[in-house]
Ligand binder design. Structure first.
Ligand SMILES: *[C@@H]1O[C@H](CO)[C@@H](O)[C@H](O)[C@H]1NC(C)=O
Ligand SMILES: *[C@@H]1O[C@H](CO)[C@@H](O)[C@H](O)[C@H]1NC(C)=O
Length: 323
């Protein structure tokens, strides 16, 4: 229920628009490109999908989550983000900021969050972006960054998390946001967990949606992870990659891994698709071992390498994918 669903839902409209643009006369093409320019927000942030995503948000009580609070987070520009804060059952001194993909709402991700709170001993803050679920406002790249900053500040000031190790965990679009947030707060964040995220929105469009490739340059939502990520120097980063991701080609993750200058570890799930890598065997174990290794300062035990160290070796393996 992430990028894939959204793209398939709007694909027929976009296909028509895109084909039209490519073959049409210049005048019409400018008109259609303009249409796409203004429509792209609903493509990139399909917050009304799946149906009911803005009117129904599951509650942690529905999943018998033991200890949680609803948080009305107020952003500096006045939006109200109706988020969830799940408390660790047996706290291990870790708090995770969880940022989901571009469709659905936080309620859909409760089963994932519950593993953190009930099984891994982590507090987990589920950020409900502006314009998603029961949060006010409209999503945009700039707005989501404000939201993420507000969530991080909330965690940093919360009495239960003050002395915790802080991790940022982002899936797909949430991964792009996680990279941005970690880059801006490197001294406050202890670990970064990225799943099936992309190099940038512009580089994603041609592969995720070939008919629109000539329009990629019109994309005003940049999400420039491949330029932001190398600026992160000290935050250990876990890369969770589904080798069968049908939406974000897995070489996007490989490229990001290669560009990463911080201590990093690569975990690949051979059968993982864009949406369901989270359900692959070993997924949560890999996250848990990473969290424990960061907490205990034993990164070398799980094969974490320093950015530059293994760059060449990995480059050889990945071939010429890196630009
Ligand atoms: C994505 O996952 C949701 C449930 O997690 C499922 O309902 C949906 O069909 C999945 N979509 C794809 C394309 O796999
Ligand atoms: C991937 O799927 C195949 C076919 O279902 C299965 O045999 C294999 O064990 C799976 N691999 C992993 C690593 O889960």
């Amino acid at each position: 229920m992430t990028l894939y669903d959204s793209f398939s839902a709007i694909s027929s409209t976009l296909l028509t628009v895109a084909k039209g643009t490519i073959v049409a006369s210049t005048g019409i093409s400018i008109l259609l490109s303009g249409l796409l320019y203004f429509k792209q927000s609903s493509l990139i942030y399909p917050r009304y999908l799946p149906e009911g995503a803005r009117t129904e948000v599951a509650s942690p009580d529905d999943l018998n989550i033991r200890s949680w609070e609803g948080v009305k987070l107020t952003t500096k520009d006045g939006e109200t983000l109706n988020s969830f804060f799940l408390k660790a059952v047996k706290p291990k001194g870790v708090t995770v900021l969880f940022m989901h993909g571009n469709a659905g709402n936080i309620g859909h991700r409760l089963p994932i969050a519950k593993v953190f709170s009930d099984q891994m001993g982590c507090n987990i803050f589920m950020l409900s972006y502006r314009g998603y679920g029961f949060s006010t406002g409209r999503p945009s790249e700039k707005g989501l960054i404000i939201d993420a900053e507000a969530a991080l500040n909330y965690i940093l000031e919360h009495p239960d998390c003050k002395h915790d190790k802080i991790f940022i965990y982002g899936q797909s679009l949430g991964g792009a946001l996680a990279i941005k947030l970690a880059a801006r707060n490197q001294e406050k964040v202890h670990g970064l967990i990225l799943e099936n995220t992309f190099r940038s929105m512009r580089t994603l469009i041609p592969s995720a949606f070939p008919p629109a490739k000539y329009l990629a340059r019109l994309c005003h939502q940049v999400w420039p992870s491949e330029t932001t990520l190398p600026g992160i120097r000290e935050v250990p980063t876990l890369f969770l990659s589904g080798a069968r991701d049908e939406l974000v080609p897995p070489d996007h993750m490989k490229t990001l891994y290669n560009l990463c200058n911080a201590p990093k570890v690569w975990r690949e799930f051979p059968n993982g698709t864009h949406n369901e890598t989270v359900a692959e065997p070993g997924y949560f174990e890999r996250i848990y071992e990473f969290i424990l290794a960061v907490r205990k300062g034993q990164l070398e035990k799980i094969g974490v390498v320093r950015g530059a160290e293994r760059k060449e070796a990995v480059d050889e393996k990945v071939g010429k994918k890196r630009e």
